[in-house]
Design a protein around this ligand. Structure first.
Ligand SMILES: NC(=O)c1ccc[n+]([C@@H]2O[C@H](COP(=O)([O-])OP(=O)(O)OC[C@H]3O[C@@H](n4cnc5c(N)ncnc54)[C@H](OP(=O)(O)O)[C@@H]3O)[C@@H](O)[C@H]2O)c1
Length: 259
């Protein structure tokens, strides 16, 4: 028997002895025989999941919220009428809860903005500093003429598109645009698609916020693709070549032709 092998045996014996003592002390011998504790000891402690506050819980907010919950994130859904979204939280189970906009902003380490574009102005004015203190604000919102009005769409264009306009409405926030042009009808079914994941083009200026957004999007079952800074957010709206479902490779090819 080699020295290393012997050391290994000795080490194992020591470890076994320590574990037996622990089991006797804890009175958990039966569990160990069943293999339960062995398995539990082998599992690293799960990292504490990031809490997400969703501002908006309509068609897209509830679809994305479902994906956050499925990925293991605690989510507080909010709107101006939180009682109306209680059935959503009840359907999604114990990781989901409902609150006011104030409560969701206080709860979330990450905030998801999924409201009509016009609401961003009001929310930015009421909660700007709180939002700016978060490492990530995921901006799903689009300026849509038939809902938000031609004036809003024109103003957004004048700012250089939806990414730069959102940064004006939420000053100091670490914004990443994402999921702007995948329909709420499809996004839940698109998650974890095999054999090729659906890509999610994202745009942002803050490296830490981008890294956090990428981590969350991967856990949701998509392949994030950074297409550029917030200035590229003008392409992350419905109706552009990046809209709807593409693989990450397709997104990279399309984005290479956009400026
Ligand atoms: N639908 C899609 O497939 C899709 C896809 C990609 C991106 N988006 C974008 O996502 C955003 C939401 O779209 P949606 O289709 O989910 O709209 P929606 O179904 O009308 O939901 C809007 C949500 O925002 C809340 N809300 C509105 N004004 C608010 C305010 N001032 N403060 C707080 N909450 C407010 C609404 O609740 P209360 O009225 O009760 O407050 C509701 O929960 C839009 O910007 C849209 O362009 C949508």
């Amino acid at each position: 028997m080699g020295l290393n092998e012997e050391r290994g045996r000795t080490g194992r014996h020591d470890a076994d002895r320590g574990r037996r003592t622990f089991l006797q002390l804890a009175g958990l011998g039966g569990l160990a025989l069943a293999g339960g504790l062995d398995r539990a000891l082998a599992q690293p402690a799960p990292a504490s999941p990031i809490k997400i506050g969703s501002i908006g819980a309509g068609r897209m907010g509830s679809a994305l919220g479902e994906l956050f919950v499925k990925a293991g994130y605690p989510v507080m859904f909010s709107s101006r009428h939180p009682d109306e979204i209680k059935p959503l939280a009840a359907r999604l189970g114990p990781l989901a809860q409902v609150g006011t906009v104030d409560q969701a902003i206080a709860f979330g380490e990450v905030i998801v903005m999924v409201v009509p574009y016009t609401a961003l102005d009001e929310i930015g004015k009421a909660h700007g500093p709180a939002l700016a203190s978060k490492p990530l604000v995921l901006d799903i919102c689009n300026p849509i003429a038939r809902r938000d009005g031609d004036g809003v769409v024109k103003w957004v264009d004048e700012q250089g598109g939806a990414g730069l306009a959102s940064a004006k409405l939420l000053p100091g926030s670490h914004i990443v645009r994402a999921f702007n042009a995948i329909s709420y009808r499809k996004v839940v079914g698109d998650a974890h698609r095999a054999p090729t994941l659906v890509g999610v083009p994202i745009a942002g200026d803050d490296k830490k916020a981008i890294a956090l957004a990428e981590e969350i999007i991967r856990k949701m079952g998509f392949d994030p693709v950074l297409v550029g800074g917030l200035a590229m957010g003008k392409y992350l709206v419905p109706g552009t070549p990046l809209a709807e479902e593409h693989s990450a490779e397709e997104i990279r090819k399309i984005a290479a032709g956009l400026h």
